[in-house]
Design a binder for this molecule. Structure first.
Ligand code: ATP
Length: 511
């Protein structure tokens, strides 16, 4: 497809709505920005991704167990974790349009425009030189590319420097110097930059005063930290061990865009791995490798992934890296792997006054474990899978089809059972097969419309196999099985169906 990333994203959003994957929240009331609902097919895909993650963590690892902690937690937890004081985004308002922006995103967008200019130069040169084109060399020698790259580096350096020192005045100055204008008013009439806390707060109980202000959790990790000793003791866990959790998290994101990439209510899948101090780098490396294997096990193209190792570390980390995926709007963070040291446990020891040391029965010593965390957004993984699997194909006869080639273990429906016609006992036979299969597989049953249209509808929601019941079925108990990706068909005996479907829709072992 020769279309821009923006056009592709638009198509994916439209497809997700048309086929019951994702709807705008509260749509009939004009919608809520950055909040989305999952439809009948979306919820199946989302459940399957979550299950695959859970199995890979909890079922495949003897020393990892799961929990499900509450969204509401004691407010001091967020003081201890640093979220009350430091979970901020720098905000700026345009005085003419009254629109609010993230100062860092305005600068990021400005840099993106320069990057687009570079990409255009590269594209032009590629067209001119054809096969002989050496992109690396071109980027390193072309004066216009080099000039633009220097600009990008200077802006990044200045921004990072000011951001680190919390020099908000200089960030404003940078925006003014770059002559960044508000896309609505077109003016450069900006307010001061100020910090905005991303946590949603609410009141617990009937009386509203500051002391009963509580927060909707901005991450699931803290629910694991505060339960770590409960789990360790009751599960008799020995270090190293992990605790996994999936669940909703809430952030009052200022910039609401890029569909389900950045939401105000989203779901995380996190695992905290408790290790002996000093061993954390070994485990950090191990989890980096293991998590990348997990991503690749879903059959997503390897070149769509890349690592981003953090140079600037969060206050709690001694190493951190992101797995980035190439979304239609560029490479962006999909998962973070962080070596969080003993920061969180020590903070909870200090704020709660409780002992959270681990007692090692083999060495008879007590210590506060270090933690390596893997943290992935379920909605971002959903979007990555949707983007990776959306294909518009032109077929041999010149017709087109849209197909989602979602990996079969994750597809919303594993199989569609389709009687060729709505007569001659074919629906009854198809129903028999459906009853046989549906206790083990999500099955779609459809008897309306021509068979070709039913195949297309199933292609569009990613059903990997269609089973068609025809007149021959009645005489020899065979059906055709049609494969979504190749569109090839073969005849198979009904008695072999279950085993075959088990084989082709199984989760791949990741190690
Ligand atoms: P970003 O820099 O994109 O805001 P982050 O570094 O703040 O992300 P983390 O705090 O590390 O993200 O959260 C772990 C994971 O949770 C991210 O890798 C991402 O997949 C997911 N996530 C974070 N914020 C959102 C959001 N607003 N909407 C959807 N998923 C999110």
């Amino acid at each position: 497809m020769n279309i821009t990333g923006e056009e592709l994203l638009k198509k994916i959003i439209a497809h997700a709505k048309e086929y019951g994957f994702v709807f705008q929240s509260s749509e009939i009331y004009d919608g809520m920005s950055a909040v989305y609902d999952y439809g009948q097919n979306g919820v199946e895909l989302k459940n399957n991704i979550r299950n695959y993650w859970w199995k890979s963590m909890v079922q495949f690892n003897d020393n990892i167990v799961g929990i499900d902690s509450a969204i509401f937690m004691h407010p001091t937890i967020w003081k201890a974790s640093g979220h009350v004081d430091a979970f901020n985004d720098p905000l700026i308002d345009n005085k003419d349009s009254k629109k609010r922006y993230r100062a860092d995103v305005l600068i990021e967008d400005y840099i993106q425009k320069i990057e687009n200019k570079i990409a255009k130069e590269v594209e032009k040169a590629q067209a001119r030189f054809g096969e002989a084109f050496n992109e690396k060399q071109f980027r390193e020698t072309n004066p216009r590319v080099l000039e633009n790259q220097v600009k990008i580096d200077e802006i990044n350096k200045r921004f990072n420097n000011s951001f680190e020192k919390n020099d908000l005045d200089d960030i404003k100055l940078l925006i003014e110097e770059l002559k960044i204008v508000c896309p609505i008013s077109g003016t450069c009439n900006w307010t001061e930059v100020r910090q905005f806390n991303l946590m949603f707060s609410t009141q617990m109980g009937s009386v509203s005063n500051e002391s009963n202000t509580i927060y909707l959790r901005p991450e699931t990790a803290q629910g694991i930290f505060v339960n770590y000793l409960n789990v360790q003791k009751t599960g008799r866990m020995k270090i190293p061990f992990g605790i996994a959790q999936t669940g909703k998290a809430f952030r009052n994101e200022i910039v609401a865009r890029q569909f389900i990439f950045r939401m105000r209510e989203f779901e995380q899948m996190e695992m905290q791995y408790f290790v002996k101090p000093g061993d954390e780098m070994e485990w950090y490396k191990y989890w980096k490798e293991t998590r990348m294997k997990w991503h690749l096990s879903m059959g997503i193209d390897a070149h769509k992934y890349r690592w981003h190792d953090h140079e600037k570390l969060a206050h709690y980390a001694n190493a951190a890296a992101d797995i980035e995926y190439q979304f239609p709007f560029g490479f962006k963070e999909l998962e973070g792997i962080h070596s969080r040291t003993d920061f969180d446990l020590n903070a909870h020891i200090k704020h709660s006054g409780k002992k959270l040391q681990y007692f090692d029965p083999e060495t008879n010593e007590s210590y506060v474990p270090y933690v390596v965390e893997t943290s992935i957004g379920l909605d971002r993984m959903f979007l990555a899978l949707l983007c990776n699997s959306y294909k518009e194909e032109t077929l041999e006869d010149g017709s087109t089809r849209v197909v989602l080639n979602i990996p079969p273990p994750l597809a919303p429906y594993k199989v569609a059972v389709l009687p060729l016609m709505k007569k001659d006992g074919l629906p009854e036979k198809a129903q028999e097969i459906l009853c046989e299969l549906k206790s083990d597989f999500m099955c779609m049953y459809e008897e309306k419309d021509a068979i070709g249209r039913r195949y297309r509808r199933n292609d569009a929601i990613g059903t990997p196999y269609c089973i068609t019941v025809d007149h021959q079925t009645l005489s020899d108990n065979t059906v055709t099985i049609r494969y979504r990706d190749t569109m090839l068909q073969e005849r198979i005996n009904i008695s072999e169906l279950r085993a075959k479907l088990f084989e082709i829709t199984r989760f791949n072992p990741i190690r």
